[in-house]
Design a protein around this ligand. Structure first.
Ligand code: GTB
Length: 212
């Protein structure tokens, strides 16, 4: 069965692996699944051919045989369930890995995105600067809670799982903000994720597209 992933032909992050295609590449690498890529420009994403794969006109999409999926979290869950590598053996462990995937996407990422989006869309507003401390504090609250859960552990719930893959990918978006550096245990957690050979391969392959 051929797996095809649609990725940015040239990522707006300059090849830093921060767009959501890299985390799906990472999941495929962890699962040891070979895959092909379809390179897409912003214009390609809005063309009917791609909208048939993802009505929102975004990357990533994954085709696995006849199955067509969008939403990076759903895609990673499919990879974990179908090919293993990033899912615990026991049902309880799998349920908790899924819980952490949702926590990454629904509890931690929104506060990080709020600050990013404010940077893009509200930069010229008179109240932009006044809003920054509140936006940062909402992130700090979540990072404090996450760091308290992680403690001295390597990963969120036993061994590395799809939950860690998604949480590390979300936290990476904070690297340049300085906020992650305020939480050394979380910075080390992200570094552990990035040191995994599967991540290194995923990053290198996506990064290479920006340096062609
Ligand atoms: N919820 C969806 C998912 O998880 O798959 C969200 C997918 C999504 O946001 N895709 C973005 C996209 O296709 C790219 S990843 N955008 C094009 C469009 O909407 O037209 C988001 C992203 C973009 C850029 C950076 N960056 O430059 O650092 C980081 C993340």
């Amino acid at each position: 069965m051929t797996i095809t992933l649609t990725v940015f032909e040239r990522s707006p992050d300059g090849g830093r692996g921060l767009a959501r295609d890299t985390k799906v590449r990472w999941a495929l690498e962890e699962a040891g699944q070979p895959y092909e890529v379809r390179l897409a420009s912003f214009a390609d994403l809005k063309a009917p051919e791609h909208l048939a794969r993802n009505p929102f006109g975004q990357i990533p999409t994954l085709e696995d045989g006849d199955l067509v999926l969008f939403e990076s979290g759903a895609t990673i869950l499919h990879i974990a369930e179908t090919y293993g590598g990033i899912f615990p053996e026991d049902a309880g462990g799998r349920a908790r890995a899924i819980m952490w995937m949702f926590a990454a996407a629904n509890t931690v990422e929104p506060v990080i995105l709020d600050r990013e989006v404010a940077g893009f869309t509200e930069k010229n507003e008179s109240w932009h600067e006044a809003r920054q401390p509140g936006l940062k504090d909402r992130i700090r609250t979540r990072l404090n809670q996450l760091a308290a859960h992680l403690g001295d552990a390597e990963w969120l719930d036993g061994g590395f799982s799809a939950g860690d893959l998604m949480m590390v990918s979300v936290l990476q978006r904070l690297t340049s903000s300085g906020l992650l550096g305020e939480f050394p245990s979380l910075a080390a957690y992200v570094a552990r994720g990035e040191a995994r050979p599967a991540y290194q391969r995923a990053y290198a392959d996506q990064h290479a597209l920006n340096t062609r």
